[in-house]
Design a protein around this ligand. Structure first.
Ligand SMILES: Nc1c(N[C@@H]2O[C@H](COP(=O)(O)O)[C@@H](O)[C@H]2O)[nH]c(=O)[nH]c1=O
Length: 161
């Protein structure tokens, strides 16, 4: 059965990038994946001065509002880079927080879909025809973590023989 998620307070809300699970990337702590993702839009752009304000935003909603301001200039490679930026942050989130890692692993092989009514890139959109890239990243992170756990069990078994 497909698992739909979107808002933090709804079922599987920990899969939302707005969930309160901080990550540390290259020595900097970000209070949510959303803070990190929105800030990365401006790395190397003329509007990079906005990055500290996004970093300090009290909520992910405020970080997103700053990052979505249409008058600011995004980094030139953003359309190419954004999926990799998101995957790195989502992987870090689930490697850092054991409780939500269990929730992700316990979804087995179910399809995960960000049920955003407006976003046809990261989510499925109101018509459920969107590309669901966030759901795809979560499924691929789930598989990567599962494989690395399997490998560590095999390695431990071999070491004890
Ligand atoms: N969860 C969630 C949203 N969805 C998130 O918005 C981000 C996309 O932002 P952008 O690329 O700037 O359009 C991405 O992290 C996606 O998962 N948006 C919201 O306004 N509220 C929310 O609760």
């Amino acid at each position: 059965m497909t698992i739909y998620f979107y808002k933090v307070w709804q079922p599987y809300g920990c899969f939302s990038n707005f969930s309160p699970h901080g990550i540390q990337i290259q020595g900097t702590y970000w209070s949510t994946v959303e803070h990190y993702y929105q800030a990365q839009k401006f790395v190397g752009s003329v509007d990079a001065v906005i990055i500290p304000a996004i970093h300090a935003a009290p909520t992910p909603e405020e970080a997103a509002a700053l990052g979505r301001c249409s008058t600011r200039q995004l980094r030139p490679d953003w359309q190419v880079a954004k999926t990799q930026v998101m995957r790195e942050a989502v992987l870090k989130k689930f490697l850092t927080h054991a409780d939500i890692r269990e929730i992700l692993l316990n979804t087995g092989n179910e399809i995960l879909v960000e049920n955003s009514p407006t976003d046809y890139f990261w989510g499925c959109g109101a018509k459920i025809t969107g590309q669901n890239h966030l759901g795809k990243i979560l499924m691929s992170v789930r598989e990567e973590i599962r494989q690395s756990l399997l490998l560590s069990v095999i390695t431990a078994d071999c070491a004890s023989e």
